[in-house]
Design a protein around this ligand. Structure first.
Ligand code: FAD
Ligand code: DLZ
Ligand code: SF4
Length: 507
């Protein structure tokens, strides 16, 4: 029996489940660069170039392993522009008995695949994505019957399941979570780690020319494209992280420094999410470094928690909550993002840093996403659908299963507290504590009102006051609401006017 095996752009693993047990001599692997995927949002040009190049390199790798691969390039004149259209053309060419595919990473594409059995003669088999630790059923079983879902408890299950950082049935070091140790501000220093840089080979250069020509109206720049596009190079970047940056990952996880985009972060998410790196292998390497005495426990635990805790947890939430999760808007926020989210051209220095580096590198680290761009969008009352679209567009690691829970749930409180127990809203003081941005800013982080006041300050109080009916009973906000209530009426009015004046400048 002959098989057609479509491999989607985020399935670039040799161990992908759709290939498991299949016979290369009776199979055609289909890979396709399609307009639907490249334009369902206006992806950053580096994100498209990265994926197209990684896909083309992966096709070569599959061929060298004996697979027959048909690769539909973006500018193929017969390219129909969609997964379903390309599978239809391939079934006409080959009349396969079976179509075998690994499940998609988002509802939009899942729904497409689920239509295939009705559309095509062949038997369609949609296989589970075994690159994740928790299957859909396991996550459901864990979540079932719990009054409140919290990452921390799910994470402990994943520690037990993998045995990562376990000492028998107890957590290594007697504690599951060392997050409290991971909040140090960083100092600039000449020995700071740097991710590797990979110069474009002929395949990548061809892709860069294609993307420059066809996606000129998308955000970002192709200048300085230096992503890894093969598994070997992604593994080299992984090794560089393990050897140089991991030791500081814990301490400086929340730190931000001017013109230092990567700090001690791994910058591996684009490779993990598209399949070039295996997240569990990576965690095992991290544990090895800890066991060998090369990195402290707070770094190893902190990193492993992000991957087997947060990453798996947000995926579980995404699929559990269903296709309308992304449309939620608990705070009924309706404002558009300012146009400078797509240019970085703003005099709020922290935002110009986070957005500027995003447009350049299609990367920002977690605290920039959460506490700079996310926090600001939350405070101004930006429409969470619009905020999700922005995050999906601009980051090379963005796929809806991981982007939406982080943006809608964690950052914008759009799900009303399902993902996080309180909104990640803060005034300028937090940003000043964790970064050196404020020293470079035209605003004064210590002032709350007046022409030089840091806009985050008044916006923060205005956010709390404006959303009191929705947030007032949240126990974790009791203290800030008490502080608000202790202010005299004139101060409250001045803060709200200051915020209103600033918001007017955004429209
Ligand atoms: P590191 O700091 O080195 O962390 C290591 C790894 O842990 C990451 O590579 C990633 O695989 C995983 N990880 C860490 N935090 C999270 C998290 N909250 N959720 C899932 N995985 C996590 N991550 C994405 O992969 N894609 C997204 O589209 C995405 N959108 C986000 C949107 C918002 C508003 C926020 C606040 C966070 C988002 N994140 C997203 C999570 C996180 O910011 C990125 O995974 C991280 O910044 C990637 O950089 P890194 O590889 O250097 O991570
Ligand atoms: C993100 C993306 C882009 C930009 N282009 C393609 C593409 O042309 N072909 C492809 O197979 N995949 C692409 N992707 C990734 C898909 O959107 C991703 O695989 C789906 O979201 C399924 O999870
Ligand atoms: Fe950002 Fe305010 Fe600091 Fe300026 S003063 S960098 S706007 S937090």
């Amino acid at each position: 029996r002959t098989s057609l095996i479509p491999i989607l752009g985020d399935q670039l693993s040799m161990a992908i489940s759709s290939l498991e047990g299949e016979n290369p001599d009776a199979s055609t692997v289909l890979m396709m660069e399609v307009a639907d995927e490249a334009t369902y949002v206006q992806h950053h040009v580096k994100k498209i170039a990265f994926l197209f190049s990684a896909m083309r390199h992966h096709a070569e790798r599959l061929r060298s392993d004996g697979w027959h691969v048909e690769y539909v390039a973006f500018d193929d004149p017969d390219n129909s522009g969609s997964f379903t259209g390309e599978v239809a053309r391939a079934t006409e060419r080959h009349a396969p008995d079976r179509i075998v595919v690994t499940e998609a990473g988002e509802w939009r594409v899942r729904q497409m695949l689920e239509e295939w059995p009705d559309k095509f003669e062949a038997d369609v088999e949609i296989r589970a994505d075994t690159r994740f630790l928790a299957s859909h059923a396991e996550f459901e079983a864990w979540a079932e019957g719990r009054k409140q879902l919290r990452m921390e408890y799910f994470y402990r299950e994943m520690r037990r399941k993998t045995g990562l950082l376990m000492d028998g049935d107890q957590p290594e070091g007697g504690q599951w979570n060392f997050d409290k140790e991971n909040r140090k501000p960083a100092k600039r220093d000449l020995t700071m780690p740097q991710p590797l840089s990979f110069s474009p080979d002929p395949i990548t250069r061809e892709v860069l020319a294609l993307v420059a020509e066809r996606f000129g109206d998308h955000p970002g720049t192709l200048d300085g494209f230096d992503f890894a596009v093969t598994e070997a190079d992604a593994l080299a970047q992984q090794k560089a992280f393990l050897n140089h940056a991991l030791a500081g990952f814990g301490d400086y996880q929340d730190a931000m420094l001017t013109d230092v985009p990567f700090l001690w972060h791994s910058v591996l998410s684009p490779y993990i999410n598209c399949g070039l790196l295996d997240p569990i292998d990576l965690c095992r390497e991290v544990e090895k470094r800890y066991r060998a005495g090369k990195v402290p426990l707070n770094a190893a635990e902190g990193f492993i928690r992000q991957v087997i805790g947060w990453r798996e947890y947000v995926r579980g939430i995404y699929w559990r909550e269903g296709p309308d999760y992304t449309a939620r808007n608990f705070l009924e926020a309706r404002r558009l993002l300012p146009a400078w989210y797509w240019t970085g051209d703003t005099d709020l220095f922290c935002l110009s840093q986070a957005i500027g580096q995003t447009l350049h590198s299609a990367y920002a680290h977690h605290i920039q996403r959460l506490m700079i761009t996310g926090n600001f969008a939350l405070l101004i009352g930006a429409d969470p659908a619009e905020v999700q679209r922005w995050y999906l567009e601009v980051y090379a690691d963005a796929y809806e299963w991981v982007e939406a829970p982080n943006t809608l749930g964690m950052s914008q409180f759009g799900d009303g507290g399902l993902l996080g127990s309180k909104p990640y809203a803060s005034s300028g003081a937090y940003i000043d504590r964790m970064s050196d941005y404020c020293g470079h800013c035209r605003y004064d982080v210590k002032q709350r009102t007046g022409p030089d006041a840091c806009p985050f300050n008044a916006l923060y109080w205005d956010f709390l006051a404006r959303n009191r009916d929705k947030l007032g009973s949240n126990q974790r906000l009791a203290m800030p609401y008490r502080n608000w209530d202790r202010m005299d009426a004139a101060t409250q009015v001045a803060l709200r006017n200051q915020a209103a004046g600033f918001l007017d400048t955004l429209d």
